[in-house]
Design a protein around this ligand. Structure first.
Ligand code: BDR
Ligand code: CA
Length: 315
């Protein structure tokens, strides 16, 4: 089994990423940590606890920081709703929040692990940035970071910035400069990782409580896309499942293609704060720190998601 830790900000696609991770017998989830992003810390940890309980998993869930390093928190309630999970209401969680903070839990789990752990990150990198500042020695216990965030070509919060990096570029900068290998599922690949309408209907026709909830959350994206410019759906193809890519890569890297590049994070910038500057043309001569994914076998990816829904519906 591959040992992993998941740092997330649930968030509709974050819980779908958790779902995929829970469904995989080849993953050993050591810890879940939450942070502010799609919603506030109070809401993202509640959603993580509620969804993990609903899926009958018993995993430690630890509370991360309340705010980005320097920027004022901007949540994505226009995309994910007031609760962070659209209109879906989950049963009260049985799982309690850990009595360790996310940073302490991350440090302890990594330090005590005999083998290196993969970090899957589907939110702003606030917790991981803080961890690396406070305990840089844990780096050697992280095999790589599978990260949903960034964009080589075009952003979704500004012309160049993707939401997760935009929320906390200073934390992302620390992570990207850490020397830990990063697999970046940025918008370049996640915009190709969509479910089309026929597939959405197929999910709904599974007719289980879980599939109905997934359907409701995906439809919430469509409904909301009419009121915002964030484009979880592009209306032509379907609904983008950003965060799932970061989990899918860990279990099935063969579904993805990418290129090793030097990538820097723009922390200030008059027009570009939060941009990931991807040196596709290799002009900087700097060592490659990131594999930037740009293609996905969409059909296989969607099948994997549907199999996860079917399997977890029977839990
Ligand atoms: C990212 O932003 C969030 O709203 C999603 O959960 C995803 O992590 C996409 O830009
Ligand atoms: Ca997310």
């Amino acid at each position: 089994k591959i040992p992993v830790i998941i740092d997330c900000d649930p968030g509709i696609d974050d819980v779908m990423a958790l779902l995929l991770a829970f469904s995989r017998d080849d993953l050993d989830i050591k810890l879940i940590t939450t942070e502010p992003g799609n919603q506030t810390q109070d809401k993202t940890i509640y959603n993580a606890r509620a969804f993990t309980s609903y899926m009958k998993q018993n995993i430690e869930i630890a509370r991360g920081l309340d705010d980005p390093f320097f920027r004022e928190l901007e949540v994505a309630d226009d995309v994910h709703g007031e609760s962070g999970l659209g209109e879906v209401v989950l049963p009260e969680p049985g799982l309690l929040e850990s009595d360790r903070t996310a940073i302490n839990a991350l440090k302890d789990v990594l330090t005590e692990s005999e083998e290196p752990i993969v970090l899957i990150a589907t939110g702003p990198l606030t917790n991981i940035g803080a961890l690396l500042l406070a305990h840089p020695e844990v780096k050697e216990k992280i095999s790589y970071i599978s990260y949903m965030g960034g964009a080589a070509v075009a952003g979704n919060m500004s012309p160049f910035a993707e939401f997760n990096v935009y929320v906390d570029p200073h934390a992302a900068d620390i992570v990207f400069r850490s020397g830990i290998p990063i697999i970046m599922s940025g918008l370049d690949v996640t915009h190709k990782a969509y479910v089309n309408m026929a597939e959405l209907e197929k999910i709904e026709s599974m007719n289980t409580d879980l599939s109905q909830k997934i359907g409701s959350m995906l439809r919430f994206y469509i409904h909301n896309a009419k009121n915002n410019d964030f484009q979880e759906t592009d209306f032509e193809n379907g609904i983008r499942l950003h965060d799932l890519c970061a989990v899918s890569y860990v279990v099935t890297p063969e579904l993805f293609e990418g290129e090793d590049c030097f990538v820097a994070v723009e922390t200030e910038g008059r027009h570009t704060a939060g941009a990931t500057v991807v040196d596709y043309s290799h002009r900087s001569g700097k060592p490659h720190n990131v594999k930037v994914l740009h293609s996905v076998n969409r059909e296989a990816f969607v099948n994997q998601f549907m199999e996860a829904i079917e399997k977890m519906s029977r839990q």
